[in-house]
Design a protein around this ligand. Structure first.
Ligand code: A3P
Length: 334
């Protein structure tokens, strides 16, 4: 497919955030979409109700056109900064636990960042209109995405593949995203103005936002199709990790046997995937994604309630009000 240059580009941005090299299809689509100032790259575009950076949108289109989901696939979906890196590691360790139980020093998580082991569809596999050959991947194939429910490829909806959804309370999500975006922005642009970017988040204009619509889409899906969509919260995972790892194993069809429980496998997986362990591994301290961003940007504090260190009481009140209003009557609370 032909590609075109649009807008200005800043070449030191991660590859998936640059704004050139788009297909004709994407270029034409962009001209018809509402746009706003981006958090990292120059622009965000609203497609089917959700906001995307340009290159990400290209990946969304390609993935929707080409992904052939299989019934055995496992798809981890999250809002950005919900703890995706953590859950990628946990799901990888869970599903592959038999392979490394006798030789834990060879575990791939010790030498690979979780994003390489469970790649994002629209940001890694289908980025830049590339169509990867996924036929030889080990079963179950593990993929991740930030796609909202309405934008999931038809083949995912038509298959019986399992979807694990992870979200986090809106205040900590916003704060984590603010720090993350600031780290990815080119140095000459400086940090995003907190008040301005907060207002954008509240209006729904954030990466893959509106945050509340993203969460609600999967919440409803998890109620309608509980055997296919599992809904997890970062806070619950932090508070009772063993409980949720066991639930996850059952949902994915690989419950822990009595023997595995006796050997303490739940605990070994959680230790391997803990913030302290992963963030201190050499690969995660000094490695980089092929798209350019350092792995260490995915590890900051990993705590609940950090928003109180940054947001004013007015900001917290505003977010609480929006949350109450958007989710009223759906039984969804943090
Ligand atoms: P903070 O910015 O609040 O520290 P994502 O992986 O979706 O990009 O989310 C990143 C957030 O998850 C960051 O939150 C990061 O510190 C936290 N995180 C990363 N690895 C983690 C782990 N192993 N356990 C708990 N939290 C983790």
């Amino acid at each position: 497919m032909p590609t075109e240059n649009v807008g200005t580009s800043t070449d030191d941005l991660p590859k998936y955030l640059q704004e050139h090299c788009l297909t004709q299809e994407c270029h034409q689509l962009l001209s018809s979409l509402p746009s706003e100032t981006g958090w990292v790259a120059d622009h965000l575009y609203q497609y089917q109700g959700f906001w995307h950076h340009v290159r990400q949108l290209q990946g969304v289109l390609t993935c929707r056109n080409h992904l052939q989901a299989q019934d055995s696939d496992i798809l981890l979906v999250s809002t950005p900064k919900a703890g995706t890196t953590w859950l990628k590691a946990i799901i990888f360790a869970l599903v592959n636990r038999l392979r490394y139980v006798d030789d834990p020093q060879q575990h791939p998580l010790l030498t690979n960042n979780p994003h390489e082991l469970v790649p994002f569809l629209e940001l890694q596999l289908y980025v830049d209109n590339q169509v990867p050959d996924l036929t030889n991947l080990a079963t179950p194939r593990l993929f991740a995405t930030h796609l909202p429910f309405v934008l999931l490829p038809t083949s995912v909806k038509d298959s019986t593949c399992k979807v694990v959804y992870l979200c986090r309370n809106p205040k900590d999500t916003f704060v984590s995203l603010w720090h993350f975006a600031n780290k990815l922005r080119p140095a000459e642009k400086g940090k995003n103005c907190l008040e301005e970017i907060f207002d954008r988040f509240c209006r729904g204009v954030s990466i893959c936002g509106p945050f509340w619509d993203h969460v609600l889409g999967y919440w409803k899906a998890s109620l309608e199709f509980p055997e296919r969509v599992m809904f997890l919260k970062y806070e619950d995972m932090k508070e009772e990790p063993e409980v949720h790892v066991r639930r996850l194993a059952e949902f994915l069809g690989c419950p822990f046997s009595a023997e595995e429980e006796r050997k303490g496998l739940v605990d070994s997986i959680l230790k391997l995937c803990s913030f302290d362990n992963l963030s201190n591994l050499e690969v995660n301290r000094s490695g980089k994604m092929s798209s350019g961003e350092a792995y260490n940007v995915f590890f900051r504090r990993g705590e609940i309630g950090d928003s109180e260190n940054l947001l004013t009481s007015e900001m917290i009140e505003r977010l609480d009000q929006i949350t109450e209003q958007k989710w009223h009557g759906f039984g969804l609370k943090f």
